[in-house]
Design a protein around this ligand. Structure first.
Ligand code: ADP
Ligand code: ZN
Length: 236
């Protein structure tokens, strides 16, 4: 099952993506996390991404497409994946369609997290992120058990530079200009499901799970499956 979580920054995509991928055994791919890791590691991808991220701008498509291609081609997504924060432009959406087509797969559902601008701003400005594992918290709504410390790994929590007020406003604008159009794109492809991002975490989770239960398990054509293997019942 291949899923995309689409929506403005602060809509709650990351929180849901983490839970859903854990319970459904899907690979959670967050381009934001991958990019932040690249920045931390000082790789060439990280070096070119850093200035865009700090300004709240989108990292160029070719850079993002490279890290996605690397991730999807690795062999740990047997049950599928949850893409969180990708695609963010039409170029990325089309590239994703093509990548999936090439490996005989497709998107099953795109969840669009609709959220008011006020809620998004509130969520982002109170967000705290783990330095070590990237888990997200909120000072008010999802506080860690111990202030400043990650429940999952004991790492230190910090406020991302792009979660400061000026950059938040910029990111919301960038979303409107460059990403919002994907809602129509996926509506036309008949895979879009809207989720109210203003709901509480549990209610949103239940809604997503309910939708996932209605999705038929399609046969995944793996490259390694031979033609004979696919039609073995004819010969047995
Ligand atoms: P949020 O969803 O809270 O905006 P992310 O962690 O998804 O945060 O992204 C952080 C930053 O990483 C973005 O502002 C952007 O600079 C960069 N980024 C992440 N994903 C993409 C993408 N698909 N295309 C371009 N830039 C991206
Ligand atoms: Zn952690």
């Amino acid at each position: 099952m291949n899923i995309v979580f689409l929506g403005p920054p602060g809509a709650g995509k990351g929180t849901q993506a983490e839970t859903i991928s854990n319970t459904k055994g899907l690979l959670h791919i967050s381009t934001g996390d991958l990019l932040r890791q690249a920045v931390k590691d000082g790789t060439s991808t990280g070096v070119s991404a850093k200035e865009y991220m700090e300004k709240g701008l989108l990292v160029p498509d070719d850079v993002v497409l490279n890290i996605i291609a690397e991730r999807i081609s690795s062999d740990d997504h047997k049950h599928g994946f949850v893409l969180d924060g990708f695609p963010r432009t039409l170029v990325q959406a089309k590239a994703l369609d093509e990548t999936l087509r090439n490996i005989g797969e497709r998107l099953d559902v795109v969840f669009y997290f609709a959220v008011s601008e006020d809620t998004a701003i509130q969520r982002l400005s109170g967000r705290r992120t783990c330095k070590t594992c990237g888990a997200n918290y909120h000072v008010q709504y999802i506080p860690p058990l111990k202030e400043g410390i990650c429940d999952k790994c004991g790492g230190q929590l910090y406020q991302r530079t792009d979660d400061k007020p000026e950059t938040i406003a910029k990111r919301l604008r960038v979303y409107k200009e460059q990403t919002e159009g994907l809602i129509d794109y996926y509506k036309r492809n008949k895979v879009l499901k809207e989720v109210k991002g203003d709901w509480d975490v549990d209610k949103t989770y239940r809604m997503i799970t309910k939708v996932l239960e209605t999705i038929p398990k399609h046969h995944r054509r793996h490259k390694e499956e031979s033609f004979l293997g696919d039609n073995s019942e004819i010969y047995s």
